[in-house]
Ligand binder design. Sequence first.
Ligand SMILES: NC(=O)c1ccc[n+]([C@@H]2O[C@H](COP(=O)([O-])OP(=O)(O)OC[C@H]3O[C@@H](n4cnc5c(N)ncnc54)[C@H](OP(=O)(O)O)[C@@H]3O)[C@@H](O)[C@H]2O)c1
Length: 160
Amino acid sequence: MSLSIIVAVAENGTIGDQNSLLWHIKEDMQFFRRTTTGHPVIMGRKTYDSMGRALPNRTNIVVSRQEIALEGCQVAHSLEEALTLVSAEEECFIIGGAQIYEQALPLADRIYLTVVERPYEGDTRFPEWDRTAWRLVACERHEQGESYPYPFRFERYERA
Ligand SMILES: NC(=O)c1ccc[n+]([C@@H]2O[C@H](COP(=O)([O-])OP(=O)(O)OC[C@H]3O[C@@H](n4cnc5c(N)ncnc54)[C@H](OP(=O)(O)O)[C@@H]3O)[C@@H](O)[C@H]2O)c1
């Protein structure tokens, strides 16, 4: 199995506020859907709550310490347990939030990073990560989106 992180981060590190996203960038939503569809996705229970439903056409695995059942999802009680539910040949995506990114960073092989080139105020941040341990292998910048007026870029990193 290869483990990939996919995340959209504001210039100042913010990824969310009050359990929701801070921007709506159609191109980023499309990138997320295109990249993760057909692959297993692992998320924290709060991120699941913020979406309110399982993502279609993907195996959804939610990490929680609680004994809960969530429609359309498998529930694991640790990240390690979540990873045992994924078969060996698959690219598996960690889709957040901050708690799960933090635990997955030491294990990840790849990071799909959307950089939103503006600061946003919010209560949730992507953890600090050691960029020297990673190699930037792709970057695509957009001056603006179809309905988002500011620049953003799609970066991909592989563990060096
Ligand atoms: N910008 C982006 O790309 C992006 C992506 C995803 C999410 N977000 C944002 O991030 C925020 C949510 O992030 P968050 O850090 O607050 O929450 P989170 O990581 O989504 O979920 C945290 C929950 O996961 C469970 N958990 C965490 N570690 C665990 C472990 N080791 N074993 C078992 N369960 C564990 C716990 O669930 P229980 O409480 O049920 O035990 C914990 O409360 C939201 O604002 C969301 O919009 C942004």
